[in-house]
Design a protein. Structure first.
Length: 278
């Protein structure tokens, strides 16, 4: 099935929606999920037009088949982790060259679970970000404060984490960019996400900082951390989208989120057309 030309995406701000399957699904269930998402994407006007940038990060053995299934529907895929070297005597690791060869376009870096369970620090996260850049992958760089505090405190900690990773990563390639996923650690796995006002305030500060950095003008900040249906419509446009976990593992829930994203974009376009700043 061929897709219509992607023309509408340049007319108003794009939304970024990513899904990590973590280690919840086995091989066949992951493939079935990707087929369901592809069916949704083929029929969703905002995905077809490019207004919504959608990607899915399955477990690594699923990546080639996921890339085949989802790529036909204009949906990106990638890996949930990457090693900082591309090849060598590193038993059990997978480099960015392999991720790209398998069809990946994104790679998750610095998730709170990697920091907590595997002891990844700023140096390792920076090296992995560099590996993503040099292999043409878009890093989904996860940052977030450990405890609940003020938005100003969260911004200070998260900008420090962004700088620690990007300063170590070095120069971007000519077509590189970064997706920063703001995921307050206290919200990951919680019944509810952070409040919309809190999320919007923090992301606004992170977005301003990120896009002021050299080569990061096209980078965006999304929110993760118990995000699900009903949240995106409550966030202002400084929040570029969502990085989703278990609340998007039901394809119907993901479609609901895509519909919310499309509605938000349409409303923003309508406000802009009336001469009012969104």
């Amino acid at each position: 099935m061929s897709l219509p030309p992607k023309t509408a995406g340049a007319q108003h701000p794009r939304t970024v929606i990513g899904v990590s399957l973590k280690l919840y699904f086995g091989y066949q269930r992951s493939v079935d999920y990707c087929r369901d998402v592809a069916t949704i994407a083929f029929k969703h006007p905002a995905v077809v037009s490019g207004d919504i940038e959608l990607f899915v990060l399955p477990t690594l053995p699923v990546l080639p088949e996921a890339a085949r299934i989802l790529g036909a529907a204009g949906v990106g895929t990638g890996a949930q982790d990457i090693f900082w070297e591309d090849e060598g005597a590193y038993t059990g690791e997978v480099g960015g060259t392999t991720v790209a060869e398998l069809g990946g376009r994104y790679v998750e870096v610095g998730h709170a679970e990697r920091r907590r369970i595997f002891g990844e620090d700023d140096r390792i996260i920076g090296l992995k970000t560099a590996a993503a850049y040099r292999n043409g992958l878009t890093p989904v760089l996860c940052v977030g404060e450990l405890n609940v505090g003020s938005p100003e405190e969260a911004i200070a900690q998260c900008t420090a984490e962004i700088d620690a990773a990007l300063n170590r990563a070095g120069t971007l390639g000519p077509t590189s960019r970064t997706i920063v996923a703001y995921e307050p650690q206290w919200a990951i796995g919680a019944p509810e996400p952070a409040t919309p006002a809190y999320i919007s305030a923090v992301v606004r500060g992170l977005d301003e900082h990120l896009r002021s950095l050299p080569g990061q003008e096209n980078s965006r900040v999304v929110y993760g951390g118990s995000a699900g249906p009903g949240l995106l419509s409550q966030l202002d446009m400084s929040v570029a989208g969502l990085f989703l976990g278990r609340f998007a593992h039901d394809p119907k829930a993901l479609k609901t989120i895509l519909d919310e994203a499309a509605t938000r974009l349409a409303a923003t376009a309508g406000v802009s057309a009336n001469g009012v700043t969104a």
